[in-house]
Design a protein around this ligand. Structure first.
Ligand SMILES: C[N+](C)(C)CCCC[C@H](N)C(=O)O
Ligand SMILES: O=C(O)CCC(=O)C(=O)O
Length: 453
């Protein structure tokens, strides 16, 4: 049971407006005693004795004389409420800023002091040892000063939190915030709204150019750079502008072609057959973040490329059959790759959701590289094939396929956690060069350029 509202005051949010002083525990309940009794009562419905808590009900609210001087323009209502819980050794205060209620636990507040002692100013790493903070830590004093919440801790350490910082950080469910909303697409919509190729020089020489390409990548799941010299070096430079090249069994920079030394990889991509839409490297525990392609030499016949928005497909599946979608969110599927001296394997779900927000963050689909379905109970087999059929129908539907021809000069970046790619069969020589980029690093670049937080 929580004994709440030990004190409550309504503050006008303005400079030095109102000062709330925390109550010092009465002699009846020293904090340690309170802590240990709290521990004893965890799991019980209520406290056996309310006597100690009654003495804690008396709190002082100290208003400063500046309260009357609140500038009308600065007025934002801040409701301030201090709560002490006796059923667990955690206490918190409640604050209402700009219409939003924040429940701020003291242990969290102490742990999140951003001052230059608590956060190393060179490395931005935490200096504070969280384990040193008593779970029942209580501030000596709490004030709202202008746009800041100022807390003095028992050891004299003072923390100043800006209310904006608290608004941004002190509530749960914050995902990796993309400043750029995703636009999901199908064959029809991608024609009217699609990435704008960024010219090579602008892309190489300006942050704005790089930013525009990354913005398209975040929005549509692919981005383009045009006017790139049709060679591997220029392609690598273009790729490295985003992130370092990920070395895999295929090397760093690679070629996809049906002839020559490269055909030795034991994979259908190193041939001239058509390839249905798929996500690459599903057999890695962390599939490659981006696939970069630059067609250095077009096939005399065929070899067109296709893209399918995996997130759009996911939404279609969810709309048609929410159970099938949920099943694919929680059903582990193996993928593998066998090559000379290689046996790669990973088991993971088709759709992966953000653990905070439940938003879709990753799609895996590669029927070529799928392993033996021995990861689910026998009686789920019909369900699995049913869900897979629904999904595959969407993946293969012409309504979702965006066909185009890659030609020398245009580099395409494909978000391999979202967008599937494939190609038509071709005849004659065709040379595709490219590489993989790691997801952490391309998202890091996007954050650095202000596209995500
Ligand atoms: C791109 N590159 C030609 C180097 C490799 C292609 C790998 C193809 C494989 N089946 C997969 O989907 O992962
Ligand atoms: O050749 C192409 O256009 C695509 C090849 C492919 O799908 C791959 O390398 O994964």
């Amino acid at each position: 049971m929580f004994l709440r509202k030990t004190c409550q005051g309504v503050l006008q949010y303005g400079k030095g407006c109102l000062k709330l002083q925390t109550f010092k525990h009465s002699t009846a309940v020293p904090p340690r005693v309170q802590n240990s009794s709290a521990k004893r009562y965890i799991g019980k419905a209520r406290l056996s004795s309310v006597t100690p808590s009654l003495s804690l009900l008396s709190r002082n609210i100290v208003t400063t004389s500046k309260c009357a001087q609140v500038d009308a323009a600065e007025k934002r209502n801040v409701t301030f409420e201090k709560i002490t819980s006796f059923s667990a050794p955690y206490s918190h205060l409640k604050i209402k800023v700009a219409g939003q209620s924040l429940q701020l636990y003291y242990v969290w507040l102490r742990d999140h002091c951003q001052c230059k002692q608590c956060i190393d100013q060179k490395t931005f790493q935490k200096n504070i040892v969280t384990n040193d903070i008593p779970l029942d830590i209580q501030p000596k004093e709490v004030n709202i000063e202008g746009d800041d919440l100022v807390i003095e801790w028992p050891d004299g350490h003072v923390t100043t939190y800006s209310l904006n910082w608290l608004l941004e950080n002190a509530y749960p469910g914050k995902p990796d915030i993309l400043q750029v909303p995703k636009v999901l697409w199908n064959a029809e919509t991608i024609k009217s709204q699609s990435p704008t190729p960024v010219p090579y020089q602008e892309y190489m020489d300006t942050d704005g150019g790089l930013r525009n390409m990354l913005k398209d990548l975040l929005t549509y799941g692919f981005g383009l750079v045009s006017e790139v010299p049709a060679n591997t070096d220029a392609t690598e430079k273009v790729a490295r502008r985003v992130a370092f090249v990920k070395e895999t069994l295929y090397g760093g920079m690679w070629y996809t072609r049906a002839t020559g030394e490269y055909k030795d990889y034991k994979d259908s991509s190193f041939s001239n057959v058509g390839l249905g839409s798929h996500i690459d490297t599903c057999y890695f525990n962390e599939p490659s973040g981006i696939q970069v392609f630059h067609c250095l030499q077009e096939a005399p016949q065929g070899g067109e490329s296709v893209l399918v928005d995996g997130f759009h497909v996911a939404m279609q599946v969810q709309k048609q059959n929410p159970d099938a979608f949920d099943y694919l969110v929680r059903t582990p599927i193996p993928h593998y790759c066998l090559d000379d001296q290689y046996h790669l394997r990973s088991v993971d779900t088709t759709f992966r959701l953000d653990p905070c927000t439940g938003d879709l963050v990753q799609f895996r689909y590669n029927n070529y590289d799928r392993g033996i379905i021995n990861t689910i109970p026998a009686d789920e087999i019909p369900r699995f094939y049913c869900a897979m059929k629904l999904l595959s129908q969407e993946v293969m539907s012409p309504d979702n396929e965006y066909w185009f021809k890659l030609s020398p000069g245009t580099v395409i970046f494909i978000d391999n956690w979202r967008t599937m790619h494939g190609r038509a069969e071709f005849a004659g020589e065709r040379i595709l060069c490219g590489c993989y980029l790691p997801r952490d690093d391309w998202l890091s670049k996007a954050r650095y350029l202000g596209l995500a937080k």
